[in-house]
Design a protein. Structure first.
Length: 472
């Protein structure tokens, strides 16, 4: 944008020249997430048995075979595959291991047990992205290429030998993020749920300005560490998971769910039940932490309504049920602590809370939408006024700052994020000689005071009903 000014030249007449003006402030992004999670190396998707001298790593039976093929006789020869464990009459298969020696005992007929011993070779497939390397993903296929499959199957003792994969809560979180509206995220895996491991990733996240949301699906020990890091940086929030299950009748239930307050974090409970297409039985739902799905909801609401809209009363796409049912009475006691419950309303799984962790204790920032809106305003104004650095600290500069910030906040007000029927009611911008006295200018400081009236969520909607007599 340029301003047009008249200039006086030697000949009479009107002349117009161009003059540089303050650059407009553009709003920063608010929906890019940073994910931290445990991803262990996974075993080969298929395993077969052979002799001790020649253990077999099979692609013979099927490239997608999930169960350990067993031979028909005690004489094990390469390629001699009889039937699968799942096919035997008695499903109570006893598995023992000694090194890479595999023994399976099962019943083939009443009173007759059959034992087969063989040897197997496990191909360990480590994720391409080494811990704690940060990778950007714009879809779930990119994540799978870098970090592995979704499989979260925890096989029972009889299946742990031949079911591929390890618990991968990170994969389900990223999948939930994209399914619920997320479009871009940064992902890193860690070796353990410790400050030492997680800190290596947070140090890298700090240098990525576009990250506005941090989630560590399933991690419990480092939740406060992550929330404190978000508060320290002041430009992002943490989405935290509650424990996998909590006895809500216990006296310490609130403490378990809200171990610390933070107006830079929101905690969601309970865990979600989702289908795992890579599991041994994809029809059996598994429990996963909600943070990834909720991060996607943040992105969806930001895109459809704006960052000022509370990310609540939104359907959790991909969730079939809850790992632990939550009643209204349960939520009555949890909501005041800033524990955001996820509820099941006639089959609709919805986020039913919009508070920061600590709730009322966080004062003006008890709602996560308020915190995120302030982060958005701070970052946008900060990045949009970098041009002022090293400019002459004069009334002309102050006027440019006022115009630039006022224009930006007017756009924000028109979007519905600020309360007031006029811009003057919604915000003020002050940058003049009063808040920039000579002694302050000598220090090289230019100060701009900004006040905004933020729209808060209608958390409690009250209807007053009364009965009237006819004619009155």
């Amino acid at each position: 944008m340029v301003a047009l000014t008249t200039v006086i030249t030697q000949s009479p007449g009107v002349y117009v020249s161009e003059e540089k003006s303050a650059a407009p402030i553009a709003g920063v992004g608010t929906s890019t997430a940073g994910f931290i999670g445990l991803v262990e190396p996974v075993g080969a998707t298929t395993r077969a048995i052979g002799s001790a001298e020649a253990p077999v790593d099979i692609a013979v039976a099927s490239a997608n075979q999930r169960n350990f093929p067993l031979p028909e006789s005690d004489i094990v020869t390469e390629g001699d595959f009889g039937f699968l464990v799942d096919d035997v009459p008695n499903t109570d298969v006893k598995i023992t291991k000694d090194g890479n020696k595999f023994s399976a005992t099962f019943t083939t007929a009443p009173g007759k047990d059959k034992k087969i011993t063989g040897y197997y070779k496990v191909a360990v497939q480590s994720p391409v992205a080494a811990a704690p390397e940060v990778k950007v993903c714009t879809n779930f296929t990119e994540f799978k290429d870098l970090f592995g499959v979704v499989d979260t199957t925890k096989g029972d003792a009889s299946k742990e030998v031949f079911i591929a994969g390890q618990p991968n809560l990170l994969a389900h979180a990223v999948l939930g993020f994209f399914r619920n509206g997320g479009t871009r995220c940064y992902v890193a895996r860690v070796a353990s749920d410790t400050e030492a491991s997680v800190g290596l990733v947070l140090d890298q996240f700090e240098a990525i300005d576009e990250i506005a949301i941090v989630a560590a699906p399933g991690l419990q020990e480092t939740r406060k560490y992550i929330a404190d890091n978000c508060a320290l940086l002041g430009d992002r929030v943490a989405i935290l998971d509650g424990p996998p299950s909590v006895d809500l009748s216990a006296t310490n239930a609130k403490t378990l769910l809200q171990p610390f307050p933070s107006d830079y974090a929101a905690l969601y409970f309970p865990w979600l039940l989702v289908f795992d297409p890579a599991a041994a039985d994809p029809k059996v739902p598994i429990a996963v932490p909600p943070s990834g799905h909720v991060a996607g909801i943040y992105a969806r609401v930001d895109s459809q309504r704006g960052v000022f809209k509370a990310p609540a009363n939104e359907v959790v796409v991909g969730a079939t049920a809850l790992a632990q049912p939550i009643s209204k009475r349960n939520q009555d006691t949890l909501n005041e602590k800033g524990i955001n419950c996820i509820r099941n309303f006639n089959g609709d799984i919805r986020v039913w809370g919009a508070r920061t962790l600590g709730g009322e204790a966080n004062g003006e920032f008890k709602y996560i939408s308020t915190r995120r809106l302030f982060n958005y305003l701070k970052e946008s104004i900060d990045e949009g006024t970098q041009w002022t650095v090293f400019e002459p600290n004069s009334p002309e500069l102050w006027a440019k700052i006022r115009r630039s910030v006022t224009a930006f906040l007017t756009v924000v007000w028109r979007s519905g994020a600020l309360f007031g029927s006029t811009p003057e009611e919604a915000f003020y911008v002050k940058c003049d000689a009063e808040n920039n006295p000579p002694n302050q200018r000598e220090l090289g400081l230019v100060v701009t005071d900004i006040g905004v009236a933020v729209v808060k969520p209608a958390e409690f909607v009250v209807f007053r009903l009364s009965q009237r007599q006819d004619g009155q």
